[in-house]
Design a protein around this ligand. Structure first.
Ligand code: ADP
Length: 161
């Protein structure tokens, strides 16, 4: 039984994240999406809102083995706590790869029992980046092809606050 964890800021969750979740659910017996809380880096959407949005999309995709949690602290410690042996990450570009490689080595030093598995993105999600989406939104750009409708509505609400 292989349990995997997919951690990230998900600020906001995008179709790129959802694609990794869908593929991860096919690869592993169970997958826990971990909304990482970073007290030094507050996001646009509150963690509870991100959890609700990801849960709704997971339900819509019919992924019964996927759960969503909010966690503050080291992700590898969380993996150990719940008995997950895989840390799932997505990779878009060589820049992502360099970053993810360093992170995986760091995490391996923290916990030998947790392996990082990287999934290359699908070409249509290559340019989907949470930070770019927020920038586009602030400039009035169309983000409807990048995030689900409910995520877009939530972003607009929080952006106007
Ligand atoms: P970070 O953990 O750097 O804040 P995110 O929360 O945005 O990053 O993303 C969590 C994980 O999802 C990371 O591994 C990131 O590379 C991956 N990811 C984000 N967007 C995409 C995408 N469009 N395609 C594939 N993977 C992605």
């Amino acid at each position: 039984m292989v349990k995997a964890v997919f951690p990230g800021s998900f600020d906001p969750p995008t179709y790129g994240h959802l694609n990794i979740i869908e593929r991860g659910a096919r690869l592993f017996d169970s997958l826990e999406v971990v909304i990482a809380v970073n007290s030094l880096k507050e996001g646009l959407l509150p963690p509870e809102e991100k959890k609700r949005l990801v849960e709704n999309e997971v339900k819509r995709m019919g992924l019964g083995t996927v759960t969503v949690t909010i966690h503050e602290g080291l992700v590898v410690e969380y993996c150990q706590k719940i008995g997950a042996s895989v840390l799932l990450r997505g990779v878009r570009t060589s820049g992502d790869y360099d970053y993810e490689l360093e992170l995986s080595i760091l995490n391996k030093q923290l916990s030998k029992d947790v392996e990082t598995v990287m999934l290359p993105t699908e070409p249509r999600y290559l340019v989907l980046r949470s930070s770019t989406i927020k920038e586009l939104l602030s400039l009035g750009g169309d983000i409807s092809e990048m995030v689900p409708q409910e995520v877009e509505e939530s972003l607009r609400q929080h952006y106007s606050k």
